[in-house]
Design a protein around this ligand. Structure first.
Ligand code: NAP
Length: 269
């Protein structure tokens, strides 16, 4: 895919376009790297502040919520942001909805970067479910050894199925009140390798895996390991995406931005 060039007029100083990137994903970091030295853009990343040691960011970073959609709209106006990029995780539905509302009310254009969903392949045994409550029910009545790779936010429904033994893997340990009984906690941050995932499934004698359909390469190895070891996967569907401009990778974000920057510079705004 070709990326449009900035305006070439020699005496014209192209305007720097101010960007706010809602982050918390590897794609946001990748985008940050691509924009860090680009003189056309002045970009800032926003993180929720959920993880204790967030991944290093190549761009200036702010941390913490905005105070709802209205707070985000106020922030966009106060910082004179020209474009908002939602590069949050596909399951971070609330901030994405707030981004949509804030973009509508402020007129600041919004682009959503959504990595493609994983698709089942030959040899996979996926049990598709709509949400985490359905995932807990899909584990059934017979006690099983379950690996939960769903982060720490959505553990609550599994407390209703206390007859299973759980291995919970998350970046930071979940708060004790969210942890179901009979649970072992493993803290780890991706990317994960298939051989390590196979070892984890085998050593813990995992009989079923619960995963969100996050997509991307960093955490896909568990699905390959489950396929090889014939471990079924309860796959939780994504929440509905927001409406509006959407792309699937960082290169397409850069194309969108280059065109916007060119249009702004031509208008001399
Ligand atoms: P969420 O449920 O969609 O959002 C809850 C609230 O957290 C939002 O209303 C907002 O607070 C604040 N928030 C979320 N993302 C933010 C950001 N990038 N910058 C500033 N404030 C943010 O979010 P979540 O699912 O807890 O995810 C939080 C962060 O973790 C996101 O950056 C996401 O990309 C990352 N993450 C999430 C998952 C997941 O599975 N959910 C997985 C990996 C990474 P206010 O209303 O006060 O503005």
């Amino acid at each position: 895919m070709e990326i449009a060039s900035p305006p070439s007029s020699s005496n014209e100083v192209p305007r720097r376009m101010k960007l706010l990137i809602l982050g918390g994903t590897s794609e946001a970091v990748q985008l940050g790297r691509a924009l860090a030295d680009d003189p056309r853009f002045a970009a800032m990343v926003s993180l929720a502040g959920r993880t204790r040691n967030p991944a290093p960011q190549p761009l200036p970073c702010r941390i913490g919520g905005f105070g709802g959609a209205e707070g985000l709209a106020r922030h966009l106006a106060a910082e004179r942001v020209d474009a908002l990029i939602d590069a949050t995780h596909p399951f971070a539905a609330q901030i994405s909805r707030h981004a949509e509302l804030a973009s509508n009310s402020s007129g600041v254009p919004l682009l959503s970067l959504q990595r493609p969903e994983w698709q089942p392949a030959t040899g996979d045994h996926w049990i598709p479910v709509a949400d985490m409550s359905e995932a807990a029910k899909a584990l059934g009545k017979t006690p099983r050894r379950v690996l939960l790779t769903i982060g720490q936010k959505d553990l609550f429904p599994f407390a209703a199925a206390p007859w299973h033994r759980y291995v919970i893997r998350s970046v930071d340990p979940p708060p004790p009140e969210r942890v179901p009984p009979n649970a072992e906690i493993i803290t780890a941050r991706g990317p994960f390798r298939e051989e390590d995932e196979r070892r984890l499934l085998a050593e813990r004698e995992i009989e079923i895996l619960v995963a969100k359909n996050s997509g991307g390469s960093a955490t896909v190895a568990k699905l390959h390991a489950a396929r090889v070891l014939r471990v079924p996967v309860v796959m939780v569907a994504r929440p509905p995406a927001i409406t509006g401009d959407r792309v699937a990778n960082v290169e397409e974000v850069l194309t969108w931005l280059a065109l916007r920057h060119e249009a702004l510079s031509r208008r001399g705004v």
